[in-house]
Write a protein that binds this ligand. Structure first.
Ligand code: ADP
Ligand code: MG
Length: 226
C-alpha cells in the first residue's frame, strides 16, 4: 500500500465560548494515502472546514494526533508547523485569495520564492503548472482580469507550486456555475492524478464527489465512509 500522507488519529475539536462547549469533531480517524483523492461531504456547519484546518495545521485539535507525511505535528512548535505546511501542504479555498497586484504567473511563483527557490526556476515551474491548467494565454493577467473559473485554476496551480504531498480544498468550485465548476474540477482531477498528489476536497456537489476515489461524510461529529 502506498504511504500515508495525512493521518488523523482520535482527533476531537471542541470550541469553548464562555460557558458553552460546542463539540464539532469527536474522535475522528482518517488516513489519506499518496495519490488518493477523497471527497468530504456534510451539511453546512457539520465541521468540514474545521477538519481541513486541523489537517492543514492551521488550527490545533483539542485532542488527538495529526501526522503529515509521517511527521507528528500535534505538539510541534509554530515554526515546525509552518515549515511542514509550506513544504507539504497546498490549500485551495472557495474564494481564490490571489494577490490582486500580481500577475497569474507571479501569484504561482510566490510560494516558491518564499520557500527560497531561484526566480528563474520558479518562473519555469509556475509557467508549466499554469499551462497544464489551460492558462497559457493568461500568464501576465492580474486576477481582476480573469474569469472566476480562471482565478480558481490559478489558485489550484499556486497550491501545487511547492509540490505538496496533500492538497486540501474547501469547496473549491462552490462559487462557480455548474459548467465552470465542471471545467475547473476536470483540470483539478487531471493535474492531481498526473502528479500523484493526495487531495481532500470538501464539496456539496455529489456528482463531483462520485468521481473521486472515496467519499467521507461528516455526520454527528463523526466521519462516515461510504
Ligand atoms: P462546515 O465547513 O462544514 O460548514 P465548519 O467547520 O465551518 O463547518 O463549522 C462547524 C461548526 O463549528 C459550526 O457550528 C461553526 O459555527 C463552529 N465553529 C467553526 N469555527 C469556530 C470558531 N473559531 N469558534 C467557535 N465555533 C466555531
Ligand atoms: Mg466550510
Amino acid at each position: 500500500m502506498s504511504e500515508a500522507v495525512l493521518q488523523l488519529e482520535n482527533v476531537s475539536r471542541v470550541y469553548v465560548q464562555g460557558q458553552a462547549r460546542l463539540t464539532v469533531l469527536e474522535n475522528v480517524n482518517l488516513t489519506l494515502r499518496q495519490g488518493e483523492i477523497v471527497a468530504l461531504l456534510g451539511p453546512s456547519g457539520s465541521g468540514k472546514s474545521t477538519l481541513l484546518h486541523i489537517a492543514g495545521l492551521l488550527e490545533p485539535p483539542s485532542s488527538g494526533t495529526v501526522r503529515i507525511d509521517g511527521i507528528d505535528c500535534s505538539h510541534a512548535r509554530d515554526s515546525k508547523r509552518t515549515a511542514v505546511r509550506r513544504d507539504r501542504i497546498g490549500f485551495v479555498y472557495q474564494f481564490h485569495h490571489l494577490l490582486p497586484e500580481f500577475s497569474a504567473l507571479e501569484n504561482v511563483m510566490m510560494p516558491m520564492l518564499i520557500a527560497g527557490i531561484a526566480k528563474a526556476e520558479a518562473r519555469t515551474w509556475a509557467r508549466a503548472l499554469l499551462v497544464q491548467m489551460g492558462l497559457e494565454a493568461r500568464l501576465s493577467h492580474r486576477p481582476a482580469k480573469l474569469s472566476g473559473g480562471e482565478q480558481q485554476r490559478v489558485a489550484i496551480a499556486r497550491a501545487l507550486a511547492n509540490n505538496p504531498k496533500v492538497l486540501l480544498a474547501d469547496e473549491p468550485t462552490g462559487n462557480l456555475d455548474e459548467q465552470t465548476a465542471e471545467m475547473v474540477f476536470r483540470h483539478f482531477l487531471d493535474i492531481t492524478r498526473e502528479r500523484g498528489t493526495a487531495a481532500l476536497v470538501a464539496t456539496h456537489n455529489i456528482d463531483l464527489a462520485r468521481r473521486m476515489d472515496r467519499i467521507i461524510r461528516v455526520r454527528d461529529h463523526q466521519l462516515v465512509e461510504e
